[in-house]
Design a protein around this ligand. Structure first.
Ligand SMILES: C[S@@+](CC[C@H](N)C(=O)[O-])C[C@H]1O[C@@H](n2cnc3c(N)ncnc32)[C@H](O)[C@@H]1O
Length: 248
């Protein structure tokens, strides 16, 4: 698909009413945030975010010529990194925010991706379709993590890899008050200054603090049937990347 074309709709409708209350709220928030999303990401993570995305792509262990779904792809950062590293791969960038995808498809090389509008809770793909499924900052936003993981499991080929990047609640220890202050005050202030949307960054803060710990999230992956579940923390344990395999 070329950058001039519009994102394709998946088989599932993306109308607000079909997404449930939380899904519709999140979709609207990202539609609004889209023009400033990439800038905010670089600033908030002090430029570390692209390093984490490279780690996600490496952990996916996709074969050259393989097929990957980058779910909650947003403006396509992880999907573009797949294409950069594996030019022969078929890379699908799926998201339910048309605003984020419309912004993403104007980026250099974005025409080499397949942009699909889809809801992670009901994926419009056949069983066993992908060698890898990745997602950055999805699970904090869904109404049910087990439902999203069941869908990812279904569309992965046997032996396929899943890789998940997300924030984690502030870890216990000496840094906790500093991290909390940043989440409660620094992030909403940055949001107000850079994106004129403090509420979206207040949501990032509250959803991070109430999210699963990396250990509990690993248990949810195991509970969904994945094997060899592992994770690594980044940036003072405020971010975690999980990876696992669907049994062969
Ligand atoms: C914080 S952005 C992350 C974008 C990208 N993965 C990255 O690393 O920058 C979260 C994305 O998840 C998408 N999202 C949230 N819930 C979703 C769902 N149920 N189905 C599809 N996309 C969803 C949002 O629209 C948004 O684009």
């Amino acid at each position: 698909m070329t950058p001039e074309t519009k994102p394709e709709h998946g088989a599932q409708p993306s109308h607000h009413a079909d997404l449930g209350e939380k899904g519709a709220r999140i979709q609207g928030m990202f539609d609004k945030l889209a023009p400033r999303y990439d800038l905010m990401n670089r600033v908030m993570t002090m430029g570390q975010d692209q390093r984490w995305r490279r780690f996600v792509v490496a952990r996916a262990e996709l074969a050259e010529g393989g097929r990957v779904l980058d779910l909650a792809s947003g403006t396509g950062d992880i999907a573009l990194e797949f294409k950069r590293r594996l030019p022969e791969a078929t890379v699908i960038a799926g998201d339910f925010s048309l605003g984020m995808m419309r912004h993403g498809i104007t980026r250099p090389h974005a025409g080499q991706l397949h942009w699909i509008a889809c809801d992670a809770m009901r994926l419009p793909f056949a069983d066993n379709s992908f060698g890898a499924v990745t997602f950055g900052y999805l699970l904090r936003n869904v109404a049910s993590i087990p439902t999203a993981l069941a869908e990812v499991y279904r569309v992965l080929e046997p032996g396929g890899k899943v890789v998940c990047l997300d924030t984690t609640p502030p870890p216990p220890g000496i840094l906790r008050p500093f991290i909390r202050t940043y989440l409660n005050h620094g992030l909403p202030l940055l949001g107000r200054l850079l994106s004129a949307d403090a509420s979206a960054y207040a949501y990032l803060s509250s959803s991070t603090q109430s999210f699963e710990t990396a250990e509990d999230l690993a248990d949810l992956f195991s509970g969904a049937g994945f094997q060899s579940v592992a994770f690594r923390h980044f940036m003072f344990r405020t971010v975690a990347i999980h990876w696992a395999r669907k049994p062969s």
